[in-house]
Design a protein around this ligand. Structure first.
Ligand SMILES: Nc1ncnc2c1ncn2[C@@H]1O[C@H](COP(=O)(O)OP(=O)(O)OP(=O)(O)O)[C@@H](O)[C@H]1O
Length: 368
């Protein structure tokens, strides 16, 4: 799968931009803050229907404007599809596939996969369990639409359960029967989510270990452990036992929304035990495993978006990554860097078609 072109209107610091891409390597070179990452984020929007960096769509409208639009044409051997994403202040976001709007944006997820490797990836190690759940949920959802639907319905029921519980604090009364109904609805969705997360990880871990060993060339053992109360206890019993605590704390304290994916190195948490270099290898290995597993299951290579990696990685890890590029492991690549010469030197070692773009304050020019 190849992204042939990209059209931006009022997206972040871009007023308007029209770009045509190489099917192989595309490099965006420019000073800090010029808008290189914003191009990658626009591509991420076309793939995932949302930004990889900002929490709300509103933040992506160019300051002073009313809306943004991101449009791109994807092609495979057999067909070409145009995806457009528009968001206007105060309205619902619209994503169209060949001019036809999706009823639910979730229907779009996973159709045009992309993997982003960015300096923020180490947040997965440093931040709390929510960050890791979001990462794995998003990854599994790209591969499994049923999982995505179960996740959406679990979160919907959970929200209803939490607002019912809150009524108890306000009125010292709540509808016990309704709580029971919600619990009975929450259980099948919750159990499904746990089972899928567990079996996904069983497949993912060996791929991850292979990538980590290749990147780091070292002997430490890395793994990922899935931590869920539902693996040891019956969900309905957990909910019943936690009821008093839930009423006191005004939220649901048990369930897959409390699970964690524990990142381990030699059986210790990577967060405390891994050096900075090991932590970087750990998250890049995660992303490369994501790439491999999505490529396998979808039978198409995701777009690979490499944000600022030459600045953040040491030469050894860059060489290992470029080896993968040279071996045609990846399909289409989008790379950002602040130094033209460095990028040309590193990427020039690879015999592939390379297109360089210069980015200056929200303007992109093709420079070769
Ligand atoms: N909604 C918005 N409206 C206008 N400008 C925005 C908006 N959102 C972000 N920007 C601007 O985009 C710029 C950041 O762009 P981006 O993150 O793409 O930079 P970059 O070239 O990748 O820089 P670095 O090399 O530092 O990572 C900042 O100047 C920021 O003010």
């Amino acid at each position: 799968m190849v992204l042939e072109n990209l059209h931006l209107l009022f997206f972040k610091n871009y007023e308007e931009a029209d770009l045509s891409f190489s099917p192989h390597i595309n490099c965006f070179i420019g000073d800090n803050g010029s808008g290189k990452t914003n191009v990658l984020d626009a591509i991420y929007y076309l793939s995932m229907g949302k930004s990889a960096f900002t929490a709300t769509d509103l933040q992506n409208i160019k300051q002073g404007e009313e809306y943004f639009m991101v449009k791109g044409r994807f092609s495979t051997f057999t067909h070409t599809d145009t995806i457009q994403c528009t968001f206007r202040t105060g309205q619902k976001k619209i994503i169209t596939h060949n001019k036809l709007a999706y009823e639910k944006i979730s229907e779009h997820i996973g159709k045009y996969p992309a993997v982003l490797i960015s300096p923020y990836d180490t947040d997965l190690i440093r931040e709390g369990s929510e960050e890791r759940r979001r990462y794995f949920d998003s990854l599994i959802s790209q591969l499994d639409p049923v999982y995505l639907n179960e996740l959406i319905s679990y979160n919907y029921i959970l929200k209803q359960r939490n607002s019912l519980i809150k009524q108890f604090a306000d009125r010292n009364y709540f509808d016990k029967e309704y709580l029971q109904i919600l619990d009975e609805q929450l259980v099948p969705a919750g159990e499904y989510i746990t089972t899928v997360r567990q079996s996904f990880l069983e497949n993912f871990v060996p791929i991850f270990q292979k990538h980590y060993q290749h990147l780091s060339g070292s002997s430490e053992t890395v793994t990922l452990a899935y931590k869920s109360q539902l693996l040891s206890y019956n969900f309905i019993q957990l909910l019943q036992q936690a009821q008093r605590k839930d009423l006191l704390l005004q939220r649901t304290t048990v369930g897959p929304h409390k699970d964690d994916f524990v990142f381990l190195m030699d059986n210790w948490p990577v967060k405390n035990y891994g050096s900075q270099g090991q932590q970087k290898s750990y998250v890049i290995a995660l992303k490369l495993s994501q790439f491999e597993i999505v490529a396998q299951r979808k039978n198409q290579k995701p777009l690979l978006l490499l944000d600022d990696i030459f600045d953040r990685l040491d030469e050894k890890r860059i060489t290992k990554l470029l080896e993968l590029v040279a071996n045609n492991t990846f399909g289409q690549l989008f790379i950002t860097d602040s130094h033209l010469e460095r990028t040309q030197k590193l990427v020039g070692l690879i015999s592939a078609h390379i297109q360089n773009f210069q980015v200056i304050s929200g303007n992109v020019q093709l420079i070769n």
